[in-house]
Design a protein around this ligand. Structure first.
Ligand code: ZN
Length: 269
């Protein structure tokens, strides 16, 4: 019912001449409603478009954690990621002047969560701040699984040789394990996020990993153990001066978050 009433309002906005008349004259004007609503109109149709992620659950995993470096014992504990044993988590990289990957991924993730929620999604983060330790990569995957997320994304910045630059997405491979059924969906998610990220940030495809910014791996616990569609993104190379400067610009981090949100939405719609 609310939809119908609001549709009438939208109609009034579009065709004012029809709005002062009787119910009958509104009926005569009804075909106008078949036209797409004007952008920004207060009608229900516009409201529906503003919440395109209603009913979707997304897990956002900000890579690493600000307290990891101070807790090597907890972080270096070995965990089983099915294809090998690995450290529970790592410290991550940083720019040459000390802006940490953990701080970068936390900030981008906060921005991303805000955008996704504004579009109607239910969002869960894998850590609650940037001062703690972990969680382990196994737990980061488990959070997505327990949440039965429609999509999950792990946000990272790479630490490669200074001349290397550009971004890439990492998708799972079949490992005869729990991720196998979502390898195809994860690839779709990766393609959507790659395209939206490039469009929004203007960053180039990685010059040093993958083909057209696409990399497939079987050594990441966060992917191997995921039973929901999941990808990693390495937003760029924090050891490259130009990309380090961009990552330290809040406005640019907002564009990164926007690109990730658009990619997730394009996959989920
Ligand atoms: Zn990382």
């Amino acid at each position: 019912m609310r939809f119908l009433a609001a549709s009438t309002l939208a109609l009034c906005g579009l065709a004012a001449a029809a709005c002062g008349g009787t119910a009958n004259s509104e009926r005569v004007a009804a075909p106008v409603t078949a036209q797409p609503p004007v952008a920004g109109s207060p009608g229900a149709a516009a409201q529906v478009r503003e919440k395109p992620l209603e009913g979707k659950t997304i897990v956002v995993d900000p890579g690493h954690n600000g307290g990891n470096a101070r807790n090597p014992k907890a972080i270096n504990r070995q965990v089983n990621v099915l294809t090998q044993w690995k450290a529970c988590d790592t410290t991550g990289t940083s720019t040459n002047d000390g802006y940490s990957e953990a701080a970068f991924t936390w900030d981008v993730s906060q921005r991303l969560v805000k955008i996704l929620k504004s579009r109607g999604a239910t969002v869960k983060l894998t850590r609650k701040d940037n001062a703690g330790v972990g969680p382990c990569i196994t737990e980061r995957a488990a959070i997505g699984n327990k949440t039965r997320a429609d999509a999950a994304i792990s946000v990272h910045g790479d630490g490669s040789a200074p001349a290397n630059h550009g971004f890439h997405v990492i998708m799972p491979k079949k490992i005869n394990g729990p991720v196998d059924p979502v390898v195809g969906d994860s690839r779709e998610l990766g393609l959507k996020v790659r395209d939206a990220f490039k469009k929004e940030t203007g960053l180039p495809y990685s010059t040093y990993i993958g083909a057209k910014a696409l990399s497939f791996r079987s050594d990441l616990g966060g992917l191997n153990l995921s039973t929901v569609p999941k990808i990693f993104i390495e937003c760029g190379n924090m050891r490259n001066a130009a990309e380090a400067a961009k990552f330290q610009n809040p406005a640019f981090r907002q564009r990164i978050a926007q690109g990730l949100a658009d990619g997730l939405q394009n996959y989920l719609k």
